[in-house]
Design a protein around this ligand. Structure first.
Ligand SMILES: NC(=O)c1ccc[n+]([C@@H]2O[C@H](COP(=O)([O-])OP(=O)(O)OC[C@H]3O[C@@H](n4cnc5c(N)ncnc54)[C@H](O)[C@@H]3O)[C@@H](O)[C@H]2O)c1
Length: 419
């Protein structure tokens, strides 16, 4: 089918860049992105997602990886891997614009026998129903499944997680026929030492990914609901979880803020497809609702405990710990709620910078400056500096430790609050 593989990776974000770098030790890879900023930073060896180290990126750029924002540079490629975003609209329905755009780009380059692989998270059926017709648009007489072929391999990589990295995790693959499956098997075997699982077909592979993240969302929603119950009972959910998780089959999910580009988004793709199939996605959407209400719940609990116009240091803006990703971050919702209640908030994050918020230089803040500290995202950076951070609080100030990560001793003169 394909003798010499020339691979293009389209979309060089959290998923695409580590993929391009991972594959370039085995294949010649051309990475393509529409963002000029992203391309020019990557060409300088800078990855602002912090997923690929500068030395590694520079080494790849000197050998088998090239990066471009000119799609014509992909003309000689015969395998196209799309890793573009799949966000949602304001109405929480799938926004297929980036996926449709990348299909249009690929369609200008497609030749007979080429393979197009999608890694973006979608609902079951999207690759063949949405992508295939667009790919066929610009290539006269080439039909998907006959002249060019589709594959789907969902991405499971977890940014910031150095244990479950792209070179170790098991990978699900699928293709339109046995030959395509074989090509995907060869490619992804070079990427990971983990197992390669061949899904029955593309729809199964698509479904497998979207239910992984939806399941996680629903499990967290249950624990968030329990956290609200515990709050009324005046006990800590974390104390309850410590006790429950001594049972062998208890699933120890943590309560908290569900943001980011995946867990808070992907269930809407599944719910959308479910509604189209006339199955009311009650569980999926109630999980979403519960998790979406969590920032307001936490912000109200914090506000109840504070005097008017309290001085607050808010720590952690990114959507989760140890990543620079601000997408769909719930910290910003809590901040905005508390500002509306007239509290005076200073912000800090060692990774994420928003244009709207002025970040404080922690080291320049004087001791005893704040009535309250809110540790929203327990970056390792904060946990390592906890003695100093606690010293910023006035005597008897309140430490709101949303994720229950910090030990506060009785003699520390700090009022401690957690979920
Ligand atoms: N981030 C994660 O943790 C993660 C994990 C697993 C799966 N996924 C899925 O992988 C996909 C990509 O997510 P991401 O986090 O890497 O997104 P991202 O926003 O980090 O990166 C996407 C990149 O694609 C580029 N892009 C957008 N439209 C393009 C186009 N038409 N042509 C070429 N480039 C284009 C953007 O400029 C950006 O650099 C999504 O479907 C997501 O759900 C993400």
């Amino acid at each position: 089918m394909i003798k010499e593989k020339k691979i293009a990776v389209l979309g060089l974000g959290y998923v695409g860049l580590p993929l391009a770098v991972g594959l370039c030790s085995s294949y010649k890879i051309i990475g393509f992105d529409i963002s000029l900023d992203r391309v020019s930073q990557l060409l300088k060896g800078i990855d602002k997602t912090l997923e690929v180290k500068e030395t590694k990126l520079r080494r790849c750029l000197k050998t088998k990886l090239s990066i471009t924002n000119n799609f014509r540079d992909l003309e000689n490629c015969n395998i196209f891997i799309a890793t573009v975003p799949t966000p949602i609209t304001k109405k929480c329905t799938p926004d297929f614009k980036p996926l449709k755009d990348v299909c249009k780009t690929i369609s200008r380059l497609l030749k007979k026998n080429d393979i197009v692989i999608f890694e973006s998270t979608v609902y079951p059926g999207a690759t063949e129903e949405i992508c295939a017709p667009i790919l066929e648009e610009n290539v006269k007489n080439l039909k998907s499944g006959k002249d060019f072929f589709l594959g789907y391999s969902p991405e499971r990589v977890n940014p910031g997680d150095r244990v479950h990295s792209i070179d170790k995790i098991d990978k699900v693959i699928s293709g339109q026929n046995k030959k395509v499956e074989k090509v995907l098997f060869e490619i992804y075997s070079k990427l990971t030492k983990g197992k390669i699982f061949l899904a029955k077909n593309i729809k199964v592979a698509e479904a497998s990914k979207v239910i992984e993240n939806s399941q996680r969302d629903i499990n967290i929603a249950f624990i968030n609901e329990v956290a609200k119950i515990c709050n009324k009972l005046q006990i800590s959910i974390y104390d309850v979880l410590d006790a429950s998780s001594t049972k062998w089959n208890f699933l120890k999910f943590q309560p908290g803020l569900v943001g980011g580009h995946c867990i808070g988004v992907d269930p809407y793709y599944l719910a959308h497809k479910s509604s189209k199939l006339k199955i009311d996605p009650i569980v999926i959407l109630s999980g979403r609702k519960t998790n979406d209400e969590m920032p307001a719940f936490i912000a109200k609990r914090i506000d109840e405990k504070l005097k008017r116009k309290s001085k607050i240091l808010f720590l952690g803006l990114t959507f989760k710990e140890d990543v620079p990703d601000l997408r769909n971050s719930k910290s910003l919702e809590i901040i905005s709620f508390l500002q509306k209640k007239f509290h005076i908030i200073k912000h800090h994050d060692p990774y994420g910078k928003t244009n709207d918020l002025q970040l404080e230089n922690l080291t320049k803040i004087k001791n005893n400056s704040f009535d309250a500290l809110i540790l929203a995202v327990p970056h390792k950076y904060y946990l390592k500096r906890m003695v100093f951070i606690k010293s910023l609080l006035k005597p008897n100030g309140i430490f709101f430790d949303i994720k229950g990560k910090v030990d506060v001793k009785r003699d520390e003169n700090i009022t401690y609050w957690t979920l």
